[in-house]
Design a binder for this molecule. Structure first.
Ligand SMILES: Nc1nc2c(ncn2[C@@H]2O[C@H](COP(=O)(O)OP(=O)(O)OP(=O)(O)O)[C@@H](O)[C@H]2O)c(=O)[nH]1
Length: 399
């Protein structure tokens, strides 16, 4: 039977899976740069063209904006700080009402949880049902370990609580999954920001996962809530990455500290934190590069950045947020494990939730890392980043 097969081969499979995933991560970081760069260059070109079109219109409107746009065109020499007014288009958009989360997730309608309901409701509780459930949980990116754990817990609950109907099983599974989100109570999922001091948000993750986009979206949220925000373009490895941060700066009306392409990322972090401190900013959001060649380089780079932040801000306790692309499934979990080993993470941002019909990855990531999900990305738009709310999320997934 499938369940026994999983139990028998579980340990070996775990090791094999770990090796395979580690190789895949290394390969992702080391070998796929040119392909990713190509896709990114195309995407960034599109973003740039759209942003320029919007900004271009706005630039004509006021002299202030004219000046700002010119700064954006300056050649990179030393550190540059940009201050640009928010475009009227974005102001209008920010007033639009947000769609409910369940309408933004691909999951509830087409994915695993929809299938789960279909599969469970009205069925007899027998071995076949548990087998089907295991298959579905694995397909949903919940992963082998957590699937086995969940099914075991479910079987125990069924016998302990004497559950008889598949409706009861469905509800029980919902509760068990909810329990996997224990690190996500309201006080943990909220960004830890204090008034009257500089708050640092260090954003890490491999390239292409949506770091820059998430930074832009967070900057917008914080600015809208009245915070004085600055962004440090710490991903200096690729010119396009710096430009992308600049575009987000323009879209959100947030200042950006940058240096020339290829300069030391730590120097950008230094300048950003120093500027933020001296000029009384509330929040400095720091971008980092995810394309370092191996774990050791990544660790060294992040240690250096952490040291600079501590020295310049005088803070030891700040947010370090890992961005994970939820469409990468178990790869995402492995990335989370690696980053969690080398840096003191305080939370996770799961992007592209609108683009996955699975989405189960959220459960093992938060449970294994014992870290809260701070935000989930549900689209490419400036408003498409939701503060994570456990109750709303579970309801949206199971609705
Ligand atoms: N559908 C969808 N797309 C997203 C989301 N977040 C980011 N993206 C897209 O994912 C792509 C990569 O995002 P970036 O922000 O450039 O990723 P990055 O991690 O900064 O990449 P590097 O600059 O290469 O390090 C872009 O096309 C984004 O628009 C999301 O929540 N949903």
């Amino acid at each position: 039977m499938l369940k026994n097969f999983f139990k028998f081969g579980k340990k070996k499979k775990d090791e094999e899976q770990k090796d395979t995933l580690e190789n895949q991560i290394e390969k992702e970081i080391e070998d796929s740069q040119s392909e990713i760069d190509k896709i990114k260059a195309e995407t960034e070109k599109e973003i740039k063209e759209t942003a320029e079109e919007i900004l271009g219109k706005n630039v004509k409107k006021t002299e202030n904006n004219e000046k700002s746009f010119e700064i954006g065109k300056e050649k990179n020499e030393g550190t540059k700080i940009e201050k640009i007014e928010e475009t009227s288009d974005e102001k209008t958009k920010s007033k639009l009402k947000l769609k409910p989360l369940k309408d933004r997730l691909a999951t509830p309608k087409k994915g695993f949880f929809g299938k789960l309901k279909e599969m469970l409701l009205g069925k007899a509780i027998d071995d076949d049902l548990y087998e089907e459930l295991e298959e579905l949980l694995i397909q949903s990116d919940i992963g082998m370990n957590m699937t086995m754990q969940l099914v075991e817990e479910l079987e125990k609950s069924v016998s302990r609580k004497k559950l008889k109907t598949s409706e009861q099983i469905y509800d029980e599974l919902k509760e068990l999954l909810k329990a996997k989100l224990i690190y996500n109570d309201e006080s943990s999922t909220k960004l830890k920001l204090q008034d009257g001091k500089l708050n640092i948000l260090l954003v890490v993750g491999v390239n292409g996962v949506g770091k820059t986009t998430s930074i832009g979206k967070i900057a917008k949220k914080l600015k809208d809530s009245g915070k004085k925000v600055i962004i440090g373009a710490g991903d200096t490895f690729r010119a396009a990455a710096i430009e992308q941060v600049e575009e987000w700066g323009k879209r959100t009306g947030v200042e950006v500290v940058k240096q020339a392409h290829g300069s030391d990322p730590a120097a950008v972090i230094f300048d950003t934190v120093k500027t933020a401190k001296n000029r009384g900013f509330d929040v400095a959001i720091l971008d980092t590069a995810g394309r370092l060649h191996n774990k050791r380089d990544l660790m060294k780079e992040l240690e250096k950045i952490n040291k600079i932040i501590r020295e310049q801000s005088g803070e030891t306790d700040f947010e370090t947020l890992l961005v994970i692309d939820s469409t990468t499934g178990q790869n995402g979990l492995e990335q989370a494990r690696i980053f969690n080993e080398i840096v003191d993470l305080t939370g996770i941002i799961l992007t592209k939730f609108d683009g996955t019909a699975k989405g189960g990855i959220i459960f093992p990531i938060t449970e294994e890392l014992k870290k809260p999900i701070k935000f989930i990305g549900v689209g490419e738009g400036i408003e498409d980043l939701r503060e994570f709310d456990t109750k709303e999320f579970v309801e949206a997934m199971f609705d």
